[in-house]
Design a protein around this ligand. Structure first.
Ligand SMILES: Cc1cc2nc3c(=O)[nH]c(=O)nc-3n(C[C@H](O)[C@H](O)[C@H](O)COP(=O)(O)OP(=O)(O)OC[C@H]3O[C@@H](n4cnc5c(N)ncnc54)[C@H](O)[C@@H]3O)c2cc1C
Length: 345
């Protein structure tokens, strides 16, 4: 008997699990490595939309809570996963520089956008115009965090590494039984894997494939992330992640030559250094038609719940939404209409 069964251990799954730990609840997690979005994500926690210089959904409001949430996980696991990582926006024109100044003057963005723009000093980067600096952004080493958390759960027999089979759930009035284990509640956090879930797959999860190219360059020596046509995110040891692409048609798991060519072509005028391509990665973002998360409880089966739809900025939104979902389950609090799945009823 456990309080919760959780299906899927990406950003959504770890957000729920850690929140349950903090509330002293017992749980059992199922994870089968079928989806990779959280594993391949660069883990940038940034509240600003750098295409248009606007605030992302709830961006400013969620930043501090998200960072302190991951720091709490660092404490629990006695390991370091979170680093401050400033982001530099490479401007393409004087107009963009002027737009930045205007945006940096807006009260919601003032805290995050530098009021002065900077001249590029890195010879490995081509930047004919100036750079704008975003403050307070962080990078969470997601793959390491998830692996360490899985080892922690394994040690206390709270993790089962196999596919969860939806047909084998027995639903009771006061819980579920799955393979002989009874739980009061079951939370699905399967990312794009939700399309196989008969209880929730009528929700409009679209899916959007993203790919990164990983390069090695000893001369680039970047300390900040750069946002040009794509992001360049330093990983340490002279390695950099470059991407990511967006493709809402291809749902295959393999990396593609087309994405690699697109990234390298666009970055030709940005990268002015020698580099070698080390690898390529891909994952499917669990995006939703209306671009809002999917959080809530099944219409008929009140013991089945969902945390999904973290298409982008999952690092920022996951901890907040997990808290809201558990408050609704445990305390009967009403979920906000904007992300409650009942908006699609
Ligand atoms: C290339 C790329 C770059 C990105 N960069 C960033 C970034 O820098 N910052 C940011 O905030 N966001 C980023 N994102 C978005 C981010 O990855 C998502 O918001 C987030 O990973 C979604 O997390 P999730 O837990 O909902 O889904 P997932 O990460 O897909 O996790 C779902 C998990 O459920 C498991 N699962 C599914 N079905 C089953 C089953 N039946 N049984 C057992 N286990 C199951 C899967 O194996 C998987 O581990 C990026 C996404 C991509 C693709």
């Amino acid at each position: 008997m456990v309080d919760y069964i959780i299906v899927g251990f990406g950003i959504a799954g770890v957000s729920v699990t850690e929140e349950l730990e903090r509330r002293g609840k017992t749980y059992l997690v199922y994870e089968d490595s079928s989806q990779k979005a959280s594993r391949v994500a660069a883990g940038v926690c940034n509240p600003v939309v750098l295409k248009r210089f606007t605030m992302a959904w709830r961006g400013g409001e969620l930043m501090d809570g998200a960072i302190s949430f991951y720091k709490g996980i660092e404490e629990r696991l006695s390991q370091s996963f979170v680093d401050e990582l400033p982001v530099l926006r490479r401007f393409n024109s004087v107009e963009e520089e002027n737009l930045w100044y205007e945006a940096a003057d807006r009260p919601v963005l003032r805290e995050f956008l530098s009021e002065n723009i900077l001249k590029n000093k890195n010879e490995g980067i081509g930047a004919p115009f100036y750079l704008g600096k975003v403050h307070k952004t962080h990078k969470v080493a997601l793959s390491q965090l998830l692996s360490s958390y899985m080892a922690y759960m394994k040690a206390k027999n709270s993790l089962i590494e196999e596919p969860f089979v939806h047909d084998d759930i027995e639903i009771l009035d006061n819980g579920v039984v799955y393979k002989g284990v009874k739980a009061r509640h079951l939370i699905f956090s399967e990312g794009y894997g939700m399309v196989q879930n008969p209880y929730f797959n009528q929700l409009p999860l679209v899916g959007n494939k993203g790919e990164y190219v990983i390069i090695k360059s000893e001369t680039l020596r970047l300390k900040e992330a750069i946002k040009a046509a794509f992001f360049i995110v330093p990983l340490g040891n002279d390695l950099y992640k470059i991407g990511a692409t967006y493709d809402h048609q291809d749902k295959s798991k393999e990396t593609t030559e087309a994405a690699r060519d697109k990234i390298l072509k666009k970055m030709k005028e940005v990268l002015r250094c020698e580099y070698t391509i080390v690898s390529q990665e891909s994952g499917i973002r669990p995006t939703v038609r209306d671009r809002r998360p999917l959080v809530g409880t099944h219409d008929t089966y009140k013991v089945l719940h969902l945390l999904n739809g973290l298409g982008t900025r999952g690092v920022l939104m996951g901890p907040f939404l997990a808290k809201q979902l558990l408050n609704s389950i445990e305390k009967g609090e009403t979920l906000e209409a904007e992300y409650n799945i009942n908006r699609f009823a």
